[in-house]
Ligand binder design. Structure first.
Ligand code: LMR
Length: 347
């Protein structure tokens, strides 16, 4: 939103300070700006502004307003202020909101195959994950979303998830038995927790803090930036650095909005999105590291949180317990063997 103010201010400065041909050109460009159609792009998300997704959304707002010289007014609504979780996908279809970056699980009813990214221990590391997203598998998944009437723009990272609990330290898979884990609306995450004898409970992100605080749920899985910015660590006793699964997003745009944009503004959206995506990946790595240190400071200074690091053997025990769920998703209507093996074999 700020970009509009500054572009108008710059335009009026040019109007008053220009002379000769420059003045004429400035007058012409001012007239074009005044007559050109204006657009509002509302970007709704559920996390705090101080997360990789939140900061990248703010960067996208600034860049697109600059590139479009204020013809697109981007308005970012963080922390579920506008829509919670999956509700945003319906709103995008109606063009009540123009952009969102839901976690892959939230596409469950539209393109369940995106739950590929929820499969535990599927990716060796973040570089392997990016090769999958930037390659054939990622393109196939984006095409499926496009076929359902959305414009699929970019994959954004959050990072690898960690386990937390208020009941007991989660060191081996059997420690999860009987614990109530909050999950996103994902069949894969449901299967993952059933595989270790836990009790998964679907819950919108906006209710997780109170759910943990009031004991409606015992435990959760989140990347560090979501834990820190929503203070989940303050209502949990144990945090296990497990890196067992990945949380990321697909940035999608309302098709109606996209089709209403003239070609030059579509190019501006693409450029701002490419720049925001590059920045987002770096932000995800940096913020998750920075905020881990802040959680550690909290743990050390209050003694209210124990942080556990798994040995290779303990991690292997989790991998064995949960990766046996893959074949349950070989059916093409769930995820598909080709996509799962395609991701595993991506070099
Ligand atoms: C969640 O529900 O845990 C995530 O979708 C939150 C997020 O990072 O968008």
């Amino acid at each position: 939103m700020k970009g509009i103010v500054s572009s108008v201010a710059v335009a009026s400065m040019l109007l008053f300070t220009g002379c000769g041909d420059t003045k004429k050109e400035n007058n012409e460009s001012q007239t074009t700006k005044q007559t050109a159609e204006q657009f509002v792009l509302k970007f709704s998300h559920v996390v705090s502004a101080n997360t990789p997704k939140g900061q990248a959304a703010d960067f996208f707002e600034k860049r697109l307003e600059e590139l479009s010289e204020g013809r697109i007014d981007v308005q970012v609504y963080p922390s579920s202020q506008l829509y919670t979780d999956n509700a945003v996908l319906k709103a995008l279809k109606l063009d009540s909101v123009q952009m969102a970056a839901p976690a892959f699980s939230k596409f469950g009813k539209i393109v369940p195959q995106l739950a590929l990214f929820d499969l535990p221990f599927l990716f060796k590391d973040i570089d392997h994950l990016h090769r999958v997203q930037d390659g054939e598998v990622g393109q196939k998944l984006k095409d499926m979303v496009t076929d359902k009437g959305y414009v699929a723009l970019s994959f954004w990272d959050n990072g690898f998830k960690q386990l937390s609990s208020s009941q007991k330290p989660l060191v081996l898979p059997e420690d999860a038995q009987g614990q109530k884990f909050r999950i996103m609306s994902s069949k894969v995450l449901e299967a993952q927790f059933h595989a270790v004898g836990a009790n998964p409970q679907m819950m919108p992100f906006s209710e997780v803090y109170s759910g943990l605080q009031q004991g409606v749920i015992d435990a959760a899985e989140n990347p560090i930036s979501n834990i820190y910015t929503k203070k989940f660590h303050e209502v949990q006793k144990y945090l296990t650095i497990s890196d067992h699964g990945y949380l990321g997003y697909l940035v999608v745009l309302s098709k109606k909005f996209w089709n209403s944009l003239p070609a030059d503004l579509q190019e501006d959206v693409k450029q701002a999105m490419n720049e925001a995506t590059e920045k987002e990946r770096q932000l995800a790595a940096d913020l998750n590291n920075e905020q881990f240190n802040l959680i550690k400071e909290y743990a050390d200074s209050t003694g209210k949180l124990e942080i556990l690091h798994l040995t290779d053997e303990q991690k292997e025990a989790w991998r064995t317990a949960v990766s046996k769920i893959y074949p349950e998703f070989y059916d093409n209507n769930k995820i598909g063997e080709d996509l799962i093996k395609g991701a595993l074999n991506t070099k």
